[in-house]
Structure formats: structure tokens, C-alpha cells
Design a protein around this ligand. Structure first.
Ligand code: DSN
Length: 432
């Protein structure tokens, strides 16, 4: 046999192998606070790295366009069954490659080209695929948008109702990517129905909370629910659509052949593993800890003098106004300063932001990944103080040196991926 089937990646492609080793070390030695990221289990990683990547399986279980799909059917059926059980949904399509593809397929199902949609404004916490002018959703459909009120920085449901009555959308899109508060799906469902709209909830960020009953579910109130599988849900990078049985055939057609070709069977296998993990009792304990950690992080930052958008959090994320009308620093500067001390966050616009998106007045912090590592409230207090000290003195090398030491000490207590973390190995970890 040639070494094609046997050579380890470190021999076959040392450059890529080194980048992977470096990434394992970066994730392990830093504090990952990007709200949309998480760390999957070793079992999920193993399912992704399998020979299912070799397989074409266009179509659906039992109705494929290629032979040899019997084991692809096993994992896809399992993923579908587990997803419907997890969310109490009538139908699941587990093939979307990502959240954007899931949303595209639902819009294709519910709308004709040029129809009216109503989605949450991106700068108020929405998502590109909810009607942004540069995205397919804003290019192919007429868009109206809603947002949060200036006073509370929470969704203004009365105003949403008014805009819905005025714009008469065929599809009302709810869900958000930077909104720290509970979303009232029941009220949105009532508003949508009162104007004759179908409703799509994109629960990408809060899927784990919804699956465990820690955030009210949109499933009873919305025709379509989409999500990614890799955020709070802690599965592989990918998408998922849930819908009522009456839309199942149309949704399936919109995914394949409507917007995608062959499904990523190795990812579907990993989704099945992740959904299995999410069905276990300990997943609810994990999700509750995510929320508890976010609350403590929020309180610590607020006590240190930082302004929180909407005043706090109900979920897994905290949106911090670091600019504070010019009294602080920009989101971009905060992201860079925190990156210098191995704390990874993303700059984020805040509602009614005066800065451009690439500069932004805020940073978005989330607790799913660190909670997966086992961190709890006491660790969040330490982290909140570290973040505040860097943001309040971003030029101080003394502060940065101290926080770097604190980050190293804390992360060392919460090891992960022991079989994947390699000792730094000279040239082997160099990027040159
Ligand atoms: N990029 C994702 C996030 O960070 O929220 C949304 O698609």
C-alpha cells in the first residue's frame, strides 16, 4: 500500500499540520469569549474526521441519487430523529452546510423573488441573512426592519407590530446574533399571524438554551426555525432547519436541489453525535451554567464601570459599550488590546452606534466555550476584572503583562483536547 493511506498529516503536510497544532495551542492557552464559538467534544471531532467525507449522498435517506448510501442513511436518520426530539419539532432537515444556507432555503420555501420580508436590523443585533442589503436576503427580497428601543435597548414589540402592519411582510424573521435578552417568540408569532405573515425564527445563538427549555421555544409559534449547530448547541460547524410537517417536502426541496448539492455526510454524522449529547441530562446543567456565567461576567463588568447594552443579560452573551460616547475606546481597539493578552472577543456594533461596523462601539462576549472547559462563576469574576482592567488601561504594558500571567494560570487549570495538544516542537510549530 502506498503511504497515501497511512501517512500521518505531520509527515504528509507539515505546514498544515503545524497550523493545526498551533490552533490547538491557541484555543487551549487563551480565553475564548466569542459568543458564537464553542469547543466540541472529542467524539464530535472524531465523527467529522471520517471517511464519510468521501461520500456523495444527494437526496434524502431512502431516496438517494447515488449508490452506497446505506450508512449515510443511518447517520442522517439518526440526526433527524435526534433533532426533532431535541426541539419537539415535526420535521428536521440536517443537511444545510451553515446557518446562512438554512436561512436561504427557508426564504426560498416561503417567498417568491421580490416578496416583502421583515427582519431585525443587523446593527440592533440581527443577522446579515435577515435582510441586509449586501446579502442575498436583501438583494432578492423587499426588506423592512425592526430593532430595539433607545430607552431599554430591548426589542420594541409595539413598534415591531406597527412596522409589520405597515409593511405587510410575507415572512417575519426573528432571532438575533447580538441580542443579550430573552426573545418573546409568542408575541412575535401573534404579530406575524395578525398580518398574515409566516414566521421564521433563527435561533443560531440560543439553540442550546432552547433545546433545554432555558429559553422559551419558538417551535410552537413559528412555521420555520433555523439554527447553526456549532454555537450553544456545541456541535460541528453546520446548519439545521426545523419546520411543521406541512412544509417538510418544500423545505427539503429548497435545500436539495434548491440551494445545495451533496450533503456533508461527515458533518451530519457529527451533528448526530452532538444532538445525542444534547439529549443527555447533563447538557441542561451545562446550559444553565452558561447563563449563570454570563450573568456573573455581566455584573463584574458593570461593577467595574463598563456600560452593558440593555443593562445586562438573560442568555449566553453580554454586549459591552466600550466606547461610551467617546469616554472609552472603540470596539476595534478593545478587541486588539484583549487579543494582546490572549482574550479573544469580537468588536460589535451597538444599537444606534455612531461608529462604522469595522470600528464599532462595542464588544460581544459569550460564555459557551469557557463553560465547556468547566469554568464557573468565580472564574468569570476573575475574567471580568481582567477584561475591565485592559479596556480601562489599554496602553499599559504592566497591566497586559499581569493579565497575560493571569490568563495562563487560569487556562492551565482547565485543560482540553489532551491527545491533540502537542508540546511546542521547534520548527514544527513555526509558521515559516
Ligand atoms: N457569525 C456569527 C456570529 O458570530 O454570531 C453569526 O453568523
Amino acid at each position: 500500500m502506498s503511504d497515501f493511506f497511512t501517512a500521518n498529516i505531520s509527515e504528509a503536510d507539515p505546514i498544515v499540520s503545524n497550523a493545526i497544532d498551533n490552533e490547538v495551542r491557541r484555543q487551549t492557552e487563551g480565553l475564548e469569549l466569542i459568543a458564537s464559538e464553542n469547543f466540541v467534544s472529542e467524539a464530535v471531532l472524531q465523527a467529522m474526521g471520517t471517511v464519510f467525507t468521501n461520500k456523495y449522498a444527494e437526496g434524502y435517506p431512502g431516496k438517494r441519487y447515488y449508490g452506497g448510501c446505506e450508512f449515510a442513511d443511518v447517520v442522517e436518520n439518526l440526526a433527524i430523529d435526534r433533532a426533532t426530539q431535541l426541539f419537539g419539532a415535526e420535521h428536521a432537515n440536517v443537511q444545510p452546510h451553515a446557518g446562512a444556507q438554512a436561512n436561504m432555503a427557508v426564504l426560498m420555501t416561503a417567498l417568491d423573488h421580490g416578496d416583502q420580508i421583515l427582519g431585525m436590523n443587523l446593527s440592533h443585533g440581527g443577522h446579515l441573512t435577515h435582510g441586509h442589503p449586501l446579502n442575498f436576503s436583501g438583494i432578492n427580497y423587499k426588506v423592512a426592519d425592526y430593532g430595539v428601543s433607545r430607552d431599554t435597548e430591548q426589542i420594541d414589540y409595539d413598534e415591531l407590530e406597527r412596522i409589520a402592519e405597515e409593511s405587510k411582510p410575507k415572512l417575519l424573521i426573528c432571532g438575533a446574533s447580538a441580542y443579550p435578552r430573552t426573545i418573546d417568540f409568542e408575541r412575535i408569532g401573534e404579530i406575524g399571524r395578525s398580518v398574515g405573515a409566516k414566521i421564521m425564527a433563527d435561533i443560531a445563538h440560543i439553540a442550546g438554551l432552547v433545546a433545554t427549555g432555558l429559553h422559551p421555544s419558538p417551535v410552537p409559534h413559528c412555521e420555520f426555525v433555523t439554527t447553526t449547530t456549532h454555537k450553544t448547541l456545541r456541535g460541528p460547524r453546520g446548519g439545521l432547519i426545523l419546520c411543521r410537517e406541512e412544509f417538510a417536502a418544500d423545505v427539503n426541496r429548497s435545500v436539495f436541489p434548491g440551494t445545495q448539492g451533496g450533503p456533508l455526510v461527515h458533518i451530519i454524522a457529527a451533528k448526530a453525535v452532538a444532538f445525542g449529547e444534547a439529549l443527555r441530562d447533563d447538557f441542561k446543567i451545562y446550559q444553565q451554567q452558561i447563563i449563570d456565567n454570563a450573568r456573573v461576567l455581566a455584573t463584574t463588568l458593570s461593577d467595574a464601570g463598563l456600560r452593558l447594552v440593555s443593562g445586562g443579560t438573560d442568555n449566553h452573551l453580554v454586549l459591552v459599550d466600550v466606547f461610551m460616547d467617546g469616554k472609552g475606546i472603540t470596539g476595534k481597539a478593545a478587541e486588539k488590546a484583549l487579543g494582546d493578552v490572549e482574550i479573544t472577543v469580537n468588536k460589535n456594533t451597538i444599537p444606534f452606534d455612531t461608529q462604522k461596523p469595522f470600528i464599532a462601539s462595542g464588544i460581544r462576549l459569550g460564555t459557551p466555550a469557557l463553560t465547556t472547559r468547566g469554568m464557573k462563576e468565580a472564574d468569570m469574576r476573575l475574567i471580568g476584572k481582567m477584561i475591565a482592567s485592559v479596556i480601562q488601561d489599554p496602553e499599559s504594558e504592566e497591566v497586559k503583562a499581569r493579565v497575560r500571567r493571569d490568563v495562563a494560570e487560569l487556562t492551565a487549570k482547565f485543560p482540553m483536547y489532551p491527545d491533540r495538544l502537542k508540546e511546542p516542537h521547534g520548527d514544527a510549530v513555526s509558521m515559516s
